[in-house]
Design a protein around this ligand. Sequence first.
Ligand SMILES: C[S@@+](CC[C@H](N)C(=O)[O-])C[C@H]1O[C@@H](n2cnc3c(N)ncnc32)[C@H](O)[C@@H]1O
Length: 305
Amino acid sequence: MTEHRFGHDAWTERKLDALGRYLVEWRKIFTANSKAQYFKTLYVDAFAGTGSRKNPRLDVGDASNQQNLFTDNNLDVSVPDEYRRGSARIALELASPFDRYIFVEKNPAHAAELKRMIAEDFPALEERCRVWENDGCDIMRELCTTHFDWNRWRAVAFLDPYGMNVEADLLWRIGQTKAIDLWLLFPLGMGVNRLLTSRGVPHKAFADKLTRVFGDTDWENDFYRSPATGDLFADAPAGAEKHTDFDAIGEHYRKRLEGRFAGVAPRAKVLTNSRGNPLYWLFFASANPVGAPTAVRIANYLMAD
Ligand SMILES: C[S@@+](CC[C@H](N)C(=O)[O-])C[C@H]1O[C@@H](n2cnc3c(N)ncnc32)[C@H](O)[C@@H]1O
C-alpha cells in the first residue's frame, strides 16, 4: 500500500469534515428535490491523493493523542487506526453516492493506490469512477467545456492542492459552467503570502504568478505602498513596502471569486498550524445561480468552527 502523508495537524480534519458534511447535504438535495432529480451528479477530486492518508503526527501507542484527533471531528473512522479517510474515500462512502466520480492524481503511485482502493473497497461503484493520472488543473479545465453537458449535469469539485497550482483562469471557467459547486484550498500562508515579499515588491516571476492566481494586478495597489508618502505602489515601486495581513489577502481573493461565481460563502475556514499560523483558507463558491443560495447557506454554516 502506498502511504500518503500530508496534513500535519487538525486542520486537515477540519477541511475534510466540512467537505464530507457538505457532500451529504448536497446529495440529500439531489435525491429529495423533484426538480433536482432531473440532473445527473458528478464528484470531481482534482488533487485526489490515495483515498486515505497516514497522519504524520499520530503515534498509535499514545492514547491521549488519539483521543484529541478523534474527538475534534465528526469523521467516522473506517480504516485502520492510523489511517484516516481522504477526500476520495469520503465521497465514495456516501450513503447516497454520485452518478459519476472523476479523480485526478498526478503521482503515479498515488493514482495506482487510489485505483486499488476503489476496486477492492468499492467494487459496486467502480463503473462510475475514472482515475486519471494527469494534471488536475488541465483535466478540470477540460471538464468545464467538454465531456459533460452542464444543462444536464450538476457537480461538486474539490481542488485540494499543496501549493499554488490553481490559477484564476481555471476558476473563471468553472464559474461559467453555472453547474459546479467548488471547494477550494487557497494556499494563503503556504504560498501567496510568501510571494508577497516584505522588503520591496515581488520580483517579476513572483509578481506574474500572483497575477495569475488573483486574476488581475490589483494586488499591487492593495498590498504595497511607498513608505515615505503612503502613496500607492504604482507611484513608488522602488521603495514600496508590504502593507497587508492574512485577513486582507483572504478578503481580496474572496472578492474576486464573488465577481465570477453565482454565490460565495461569506466565511472561509481558516486552517492554521499548531502554532496558530494560517496555512490555508478553505473557500466555497457555487457556479449554479439556481442552487447557489442554498449551497452557500449550507457551506457557510459548515465554515463556522
Ligand atoms: C493535499 S493532497 C490531496 C489530498 C486528498 N484531497 C485527500 O483528502 O486525500 C494533494 C495531492 O495532489 C497530488 N498532486 C500534486 N500536484 C498535482 C497536479 N498538478 N495534478 C493532480 N494531482 C496533483 C499529490 O500527489 C497529492 O496526492
